[in-house]
Design a protein around this ligand. Sequence first.
Ligand code: APR
Length: 165
Amino acid sequence: MIEILVADITTLHVDAIVNAANSALAGGSGVDGAIHRAAGPLLARAAVRLAPCPPGEAVITPGFDLPARYVIHTVGPVWTGGSRDEPAILESAYERSFAVALAQGDIRTIAFPAISTGVYGFPKALAARIAMGAMRRHDAAFQRIIACAFDARTAALYTSALAAR
Ligand code: APR
């Protein structure tokens, strides 16, 4: 089941949350900063060992002090106008995150932030369509897939992207 929520992803009691990270995996601003603050310093220690993570790829660590048992760190594309495969790289960030979750074997509930739509500048409506496409493809394999928006506009874009088939 795909659920659209407006929430702080660090508060969600799910098996895994996805982090919109950068390739160094050492933390940053936005959702990445919030996740690292809530998980505690062990998260950065575990994540940097798995760096660098190229755009469109994903790696997994424990969730440490988070309510979520795992963090899947993925790196979305920086939007530079759309001619550098940004949509395909964003789709790959979702696909690789799902693949890592499935390979872990005990992840039935997973929450995603709106990858690349903050500091990385990806257009929010196109990102919402790409996110919903990926979530629909994996819906049957999970008990809950949460599209975690941080603002009402993003949630509305998810709702219309999910309705448009
Ligand atoms: N919970 C859920 N969503 C959040 C939260 C939160 N606590 N904080 C921010 N967001 C939302 C933003 O509103 C935005 O829609 O996450 C989305 C992604 O924004 P960013 O965090 O800026 O991520 P991104 O655009 O992928 O840029 C990644 O930012 O700081 C970094 O280290 C990170 O360099 C990397 C870059």
